[in-house]
Design a protein around this ligand. Structure first.
Ligand code: ADP
Length: 537
């Protein structure tokens, strides 16, 4: 290090060590990337499966989140390393595409990288390894189709849907009442689809809202056939229940119009003041007049209104909800069959929404209240109302329900399933080993280790359940081969059978295929990076 001075005489330090530092390139770079990515994957390993552990994440504001969801853990981890960030994105894209399997996909990618490292040590070029992995992933996806089963998906027969949702919820905080919550998630998805949709294999997630309130027990989580708005009626003296509601859905405020440009209004006399006051009063009266004329008995307003307007609404026997969020306004409009109206003059009877009943419900001793809009004109909009002892549980409950909703939707899209507990992975590993022998090129090695990497899922599952991992895996694997039964996996919950078909541990085929494809893609990408050029400031 040496001290120099610039042309203004200001001192600066030259750090000579930097010159000797070398940027990692080639195989060394690949290896250091693998190390970084594996570290991230190892963190998630202990969270996999029904006996997986949760993690507490504390953000920079000291806010605490307890979760078991891979995507959430990684998102909150503040990963700095550029290659490790790829794994964060991997988990995120699995979440976006499939919604579940976010932990498994990262564990698999970590295991693939570990195997790739050993091959690099043997002197095999990263590109050959990447090619081998692609071939193996394709073999896997094809094999998964052959071991998959088809289930019937319809509103009458929802057992399979519930079972898939239950598997997704098995490792979450909600597992205590996972059958109930799985049924709620399935009912929510089925409520949102019309028969035509069932043929089109499409689910509109926008009609399903997940809302939570701290308090009560997880078992009190319910499916509301309508919309829940996290607000109370604007005036405490408005009655708490309104039947046969006709809703005016307004995006204009109950306020006298304000000029959009800056200007000053000077009031110099008492008459002027009274004129202004009367003008404001008249404006409110006109507004309320418009609402009354349309035949509405409740106003759902995106903006606020001042006390005067609030009082006048009460006097005119109108219910009102203010500060309703934009997306909630849309849901209210969809559910009630009403139109969102931007000006009072445009309010007409045809634009009103209708609901059988609107109730304000108060919770506990806190003055917290929520509004339930039920028996709506359009019964497809539903809300899952999550309860839980504290905010962390409610938030984790919401995340778990998102997973359950996603897997149910996936099954509506494609009704093929594979069995969980690592059984599908073990079966693929066996298949891959057999196929590897048939390939004469160097890729054979990569294909073979792909099988070993797949076994990391059952290994992690049995480790997390406190079993001797390798022995258990070896047992299950030999049993799969000797009985030719691809449904044998790790009996995490000690139910006395390895058969996941019997245990009803079910995952969707597209979810599993997506996991394998995505993990392979990211690993290939990491293997092909041999230099990092950063624009340091
Ligand atoms: P992810 O975020 O990847 O979904 P999870 O923690 O939900 O991770 O764990 C999913 C894994 O746990 C899957 O491999 C699934 O097959 C397995 N699993 C879930 N329930 C059971 C069970 N009852 N018995 C054995 N394995 C199970």
């Amino acid at each position: 290090m040496s001290l120099l001075f610039d042309e203004y005489g200001l001192p600066f330090i030259v750090v000579r060590d930097q010159e000797q530092k070398q940027r990692l390139k080639g195989v060394d770079a690949v290896k250091s990337h693998i190390l970084a990515a594996r570290n991230v994957a190892n963190i998630l390993k202990s969270s996999l499966g029904p006996k997986g552990l949760d993690k507490i994440m504390v953000n920079s504001d000291g806010e605490v989140t307890v979760t078991n969801d891979g995507a959430t853990i990684l998102k909150m981890m503040d990963v700095r390393h550029q290659v490790a960030k790829l794994l964060v994105e991997l988990s995120q894209s699995q979440d976006d595409e499939v919604g579940d399997g976010t932990t498994s996909v990262v564990v698999l990618a970590g295991a693939l990288l570990e195997q790739a490292e050993a091959l690099l040590d043997k002197g095999i070029h990263p590109v050959r390894i990447a090619d081998g992995f692609s071939m193996a992933a394709e073999i896997c996806c094809r094999h998964l189709e052959t071991i998959s089963d088809e289930v019937e998906v319809s509103s009458e027969r929802k057992t399979a849907l519930v079972e898939v949702a239950m598997t997704a919820l098995g490792s979450k905080i909600v597992s205590r009442c996972h059958r109930q919550i799985a049924t709620i998630a399935v009912d929510a998805v089925l409520a949102g689809i019309k028969m035509a949709d069932l043929e089109r294999k499409d689910v509109d997630f926008e009609l399903i809202k997940v809302e939570g309130k701290v308090g009560g027990k997880m078992e009190e989580t319910t499916l509301v056939k309508g919309v829940v708005v996290d607000k109370g009626f604007s005036h405490p003296q408005m009655s708490k229940e309104l039947k046969n509601a006709k809703i005016a859905i307004l995006t204009c405020p109950f306020e006298p119009p304000k000029p959009k440009t800056k200007n000053t209004l000077s009031i110099k006399s008492v008459e002027d003041y009274e004129k202004l006051h009367n003008y404001e009063r008249k404006t409110f009266e006109d507004m309320i007049g418009h609402v009354k004329k349309s035949g509405a008995n409740i106003v759902c307003c995106q903006w606020g209104f001042d006390d005067e307007a609030n009082h006048m609404l009460l006097q005119s026997s109108l219910h009102a909800i203010r500060w309703v969020g934009g997306s909630e306004m849309e849901l209210v409009a969809i559910a009630s069959g009403g139109r969102i109206v931007p000006r009072f003059e445009e309010l007409t009877r045809e634009k009103l929404g209708s609901a059988g009943i609107i109730r304000e419900i108060q919770f506990g001793t806190t003055k917290d209240s929520m509004i339930f809009i039920e028996s709506c004109a359009n019964s497809r909009a539903v809300t899952i109302f999550v309860r839980g002892g504290n905010k962390m549980i409610v938030e984790e409950g919401k995340r778990s329900i998102h997973d359950a909703l996603c897997v149910t939707r996936n099954l509506v899209k494609d009704n093929r399933i594979v069995y969980g507990g690592g059984s599908a992975e073990i079966s693929c590993a066996i298949k891959i080993n057999a196929e590897a022998d048939k390939i004469a090129t160097l890729e054979q090695y990569a294909i073979r280790v792909f099988g070993d990497a797949l076994e990391s899922v059952p290994i992690a599952l049995s480790e997390n359940s406190g079993f001797p991992a390798i022995t258990t895996l070896a047992n299950v694997k030999t049993l799969q081969i000797s009985t030719n039964n691809p449904h044998l996996g790790i009996d995490c919950l000690k139910r006395g059978t390895y058969d996941m078909k019997e245990q009803r541990v079910i995952e969707t085929l597209i979810g599993k295929q997506q996991q394998i494809m995505l993990a392979t893609q990211v690993v290939k990408m990491i293997l092909k990076i041999d230099d990092v050029i950063a624009n340091e400031i």
